[in-house]
Design a protein around this ligand. Structure first.
Ligand code: HPA
Length: 269
């Protein structure tokens, strides 16, 4: 791959080649600060032609390093469609990650809980998703050469990784659940009427990310594990008005359990 973004990253990492990718969602940057050793940190705004992260709670660093003996590339802060980026731009880091050798991708996010019984702080393994973005990162000429034009999306989220995550949760006394993640473009939260519709069509949680990265990751042949931190109950279910502050506050409360779950998954996969 010859482009300025890729070349700049190579100039920073030398011969280091990670094979596990992590995208950290809202408020989940803690994991990178406390669990990745031997860090090479590259702020997005230093990387040529790389989109910048503009959202509070999303630091905006590519971090290369190790977790135990595993070699990691971590996006501390992600890009969203609501920041004005195209679905292609949002997934540029995934395409670059693939070229660097990433074969397993952990995608994390904060999400609103829809299913009855969910509570803020729950950690949900994504079993499948509903793309409600009205967009797709594979539209247009950007389809990487040699990649499938019509990739199958039957089993995006790796069953074995979900099972392993559930087992780790059990061992470490971290409650986990599984469910269907629905992505909207945002940035406004949903209306209660929209949430009722999403519930009827099978969504357990709602958020504004993850789906573009998962589609590209699957097309590129990666094993994908999606984890949602339920940061609030969705609109109309929550007794309170929704806010980004509440999202970040709740995520803070479970960041340690979340970090343990992710770290153990990485070490045991
Ligand atoms: N809706 C959409 N995105 C979100 C939510 C929500 O309730 N919570 C965190 N991200």
């Amino acid at each position: 791959m010859k482009n300025p973004t890729y070349n700049y990253i190579l100039s920073k990492i030398g011969t280091f080649r990670p094979d596990i990718g992590i995208i950290l969602g809202s408020g989940l940057g803690y994991f990178a600060d406390h669990n990745i050793q031997n860090q090479i940190k590259i702020p997005y705004n230093e990387i040529p032609e790389f989109p910048e992260s503009t959202v509070p709670g999303h630091a905006g660093n590519l971090i290369f390093g190790t977790v135990g003996d595993r070699k990691i590339l971590c996006m501390q802060g992600r890009l969203h469609l609501y920041e004005g980026y195209s679905a292609y731009e949002v997934t540029l880091p995934i395409r670059i990650a693939r070229h660097l050798g990433i074969s397993t991708l952990f995608i994390t996010n904060a999400a609103g809980g829809i299913r009855y019984g969910m509570a803020p702080g729950d950690l949900m393994f994504i079993e499948d998703h509903i793309n409600f973005l009205g967009d797709n990162p594979l539209i247009g000429q950007n389809n990487s050469s040699g990649s499938d034009r019509f990739p199958d999306m039957t089993a995006i989220y790796d069953r074995d990784l979900i099972r392993l995550g559930q087992k780790i949760g059990y061992e470490y006394d971290i409650t986990t659940t599984t469910g269907i993640y629905l992505a909207t473009k945002g940035p406004s939260f949903e209306t209660p009427a929209e949430i009722r519709v999403f519930k009827v069509i099978g969504a357990d949680a709602v958020g504004m990310s993850t789906v573009p990265e998962a589609i590209v990751g699957k097309q590129q042949g990666m094993r994908i594990c999606g984890i949602s931190c339920i940061s609030n109950l969705a609109a109309g279910i929550s007794p309170n008005p929704l806010s980004h502050e509440e999202v970040n506050e709740t995520v803070k409360l479970v960041k340690k359990q979340f970090a343990t779950l992710l770290k153990e998954l990485i070490l045991k996969l």
